[in-house]
Design a protein around this ligand. Sequence first.
Ligand SMILES: CCCCCCCCCC/C=C\CCCCCCC/C=C/C(=O)SCCNC(=O)CCNC(=O)[C@H](O)C(C)(C)COP(=O)(O)OP(=O)(O)OC[C@H]1O[C@@H](n2cnc3c(N)ncnc32)[C@H](O)[C@@H]1OP(=O)(O)O
Ligand code: FAD
Length: 666
Amino acid sequence: MAKITVNKDLASERAKCEFNVEELTNYLDGGRENTARRRRMEDKVLSVKELRDEIPEEYLSHKEKYENAIRKAVLFYKVQKSLDDPNQSDHERIRNSYRSTITSAIFKDNSPLTLHIVMFIPAIIGQGNDEQREYWLKRAKNMEIIGTYAQTELGHGTFLRGLETTATYDPATEEFVLHSPTLTAYKWWPGGLAHTANYCVVMAILYTKSKNCGIQPFIVQIRDEETHMPLPGIKLGEIGAKLGYNTVNNGFLGFDNHRIPRDRMLMRNAQVSKDGTFTAGANSKLTYGTMVYVRVLIVNNMANLLAKAVTIAIRYSAVRRQSKLKPEDPEPQILDYVTQQHKLFIGIATSHAYSRTALWLWDHYAKVTSELNAGKLDNLPELHSLACCLKVLSSVDAAVFVERSRLACGGHGYMLSSNLPQTYGLVTPASTFEGENTVLLLQVARSLVKAWQQMLNGRQLAPSMAYLADQKQLDRWDGSVNGIIRAFQKVARGKLAFSVANFEKYQKMGLSREDAWNKASVQLTAAAESHGRAIVVQVFKTETDRIASSLSPPLRKALDQLVELFTLYWALERLGDLLLYSPLSEVDVRDMQARYEELLEKIRPNAVGLVDGFDIRDEILNSALGAYDGRVYERLMEEALKSPLNAEPVNSSFHKYLKPFMQGKL
Ligand SMILES: CCCCCCCCCC/C=C\CCCCCCC/C=C/C(=O)SCCNC(=O)CCNC(=O)[C@H](O)C(C)(C)COP(=O)(O)OP(=O)(O)OC[C@H]1O[C@@H](n2cnc3c(N)ncnc32)[C@H](O)[C@@H]1OP(=O)(O)O
Ligand SMILES: Cc1cc2nc3c(=O)[nH]c(=O)nc-3n(C[C@H](O)[C@H](O)[C@H](O)COP(=O)(O)OP(=O)(O)OC[C@H]3O[C@@H](n4cnc5c(N)ncnc54)[C@H](O)[C@@H]3O)c2cc1C
């Protein structure tokens, strides 16, 4: 293997690191064997030359980008399949791939098959009865059919009960008639729907015996399996260029009285019999299960995307020298500016926080799902609330810290060759898809208000809300991590109490329950956000303590510093709340600030080691600024030279427009 020359600043950063980077990687992967397995997979995928782009994607047309993405998606799927361990359960397969970011090496803007894997197959698993699973899963898993999840419409994304697509049962032919009565009823957004999928799970309002039976899932063929032409009665297309996700092939879909057989309604929960009799499921919200599943996955996805962005920005900050700290000294590495450390170290800590939280949530999800399969529904409301609030917080924080990483790279962060703009394009839609964030916070608030009433009635609360029942005030400020976690719980409790009181006050003033809720909703969402913060700091701390206990002291110390930094960062961000709901004094604030600055200083020598520990290969980072060797300037120039405009010294537009214009001839 050719020896790589590493930028000397990066090399000296690596020499300074106080812990063993490989040990950190193994910790993040969940063990040495998992690291080895992940790397083997990466080696294998990256050895396929055809999966690499000859021309940078950004110089392709919209159409070429899609065609190139499809070409690679097919090949990538085959390589992945050849590495699959058939003995793993679906749960293990997903859990073991939580650190896999290899997809990013192939697609800068995500794959057109994402929805097939992430929603179509899970919808069949979660919504299909045993017979339907048997038939459709085999076809979907073998890629004999490609599907997507078609729920959102042009006129409605959030309000599912307001969907306009109808599925009307016709007992005479034992078929459902799918129809889009208006333009706003057109399905709009589903990934892969435009030109990739030939099937989809369509969420539509079921009518049988002239009764609205609510939203139900239907598996619908939309294109001919041979010719790929849209079937009669189906209108399909692409929704156009977007901020990101441009290779995901998001589409629209309209139905003109399109008929499908009765057995195409996914009938795990609710059923329609041949004569049109509707049997409701145990809980109508089980129909929303696919969304819960994806919200859980998003938390992990956000942690990985943030790890990518912060790796790029930290390495760049070690290489980049700018301005002067002291007049007599040379220009320092920008990483020596404490403001730069403040911008970036929180990104490292946040990625750790959400990757720990994601695993914790995934295990919780798996437990509740197995209970649901056994007919026990008691823990569904808590799971829904947790998935909503952790999806919201992870997506908001990832978007903020990815963008901050980009800004921290100055002008070069604006270049597509840094891969930071595209990474932002991948994190920011997560605040909207799978439930718009404000709307999901309102769902969390709804569950908190309910819990509050249960507490007043002396009933036991779900474990993640149990802290609400602790009525004891904090008698003194305890600035330890555990002390701050308790203070965050007091904040969440206090804000909830305040918003419930106002909600009730507005009703007493004569507002309807709905209007009072709307009027109190800014406070309610703030209480929901605080609840989420309390959960994340607590899970981050307890899970790190639990898993890191066997690590070497230097690594343990570095992880404890990240947990403390994360906790202090949010305490300082939320000073107003803490001053209102905890016994925090001005002196305590000054102490916290001093400790925060001390932590930045302690983390500084380990910063490059910490991002190296994420072990994200250059091919995955795809960044001129973030490569392992730190050849930032050389790579920027190499990438610039790939611009098609640099293929010729004089562009034809000079002779056509500029020259006549400058010579007054145009
Ligand atoms: C760690 C492991 C990780 C492994 C990693 C593996 C690698 C995988 C790589 C990929 C990873 C990530 C993928 C990233 C890419 C993802 C691409 C995503 C593309 C996007 C797709 C979409 O966006 S699909 C469309 C999504 N749409 C929505 O989310 C719509 C949002 N709206 C709603 O959910 C509902 O309308 C809303 C909940 C807002 C209201 O519903 P409504 O029927 O009106 O209900 P309410 O009246 O408000 O409430 C009634 C009661 O129902 C309860 N409830 C609501 N929802 C649920 C639910 N889902 N489950 C359970 N209960 C629910 C609610 O709480 C009320 O209860 P109450 O008791 O009456 O109060
Ligand atoms: C990249 C991307 C990929 C997507 N992929 C898919 C897919 O594969 N399949 C699919 O079905 N869908 C998909 N979607 C659609 C996505 O799920 C919806 O955009 C999302 O659910 C939000 O709905 P909306 O766009 O209708 O927003 P709206 O609900 O119209 O929200 C607009 C504003 O109104 C506010 N608002 C709405 N309702 C309330 C309320 N009750 N209280 C307070 N405020 C409210 C929101 O907070 C927001 O500020 C995708 C979207 C994106 C961006």
